[in-house]
Design a protein around this ligand. Sequence first.
Ligand SMILES: [Cu+2]
Length: 171
Amino acid sequence: MNRSRRRARGLADRRRIQRLFVVAGALVFITAACGTSPSETVASRPGQFRLDEWSIGADRPTLSAGRQTITAVNLGRQTHELVIVKAANAGSLPTKADGSVDEAQLERVKVGELADVASGASKHKVLDLAPGAYVAFCNIVGGMGADGGMMGGMNHVHFADGMHTTFTVTA
Ligand SMILES: [Cu+2]
């Protein structure tokens, strides 16, 4: 390859990068201009948990004991999950070196799990809940995947990043 062609290719690359930044900037603008967030368009209901990067919100802080439908709705862009254990708070859960919850140590207090809820999807399961304090968390560890946008390639420990919440079951 001669020198001028190499220079031309370098310029083309630079132009392509500039175009990417313009597209990324426009996407940020569109997201910011969007008035209603997806979390506002999903009706609130007992036993429903909203999963997002990087938080979990419970529609109700308190549920009645007995058989309850637990719903995990993924309002984020990544796949999330909802693990439910009988525990006082997130800080009391045993963790591994990477900061994720050591679920092997929680087998006796684990109540249920809604695994692999895809972006925009929801899953539900009926759980028989005894009175007490509960923690709901996402224990996925992984990268952002191909559709991770500007954060592509970053590894996330979802629990350590804040994907947990508490709720109470009353008799
Ligand atoms: Cu998650």
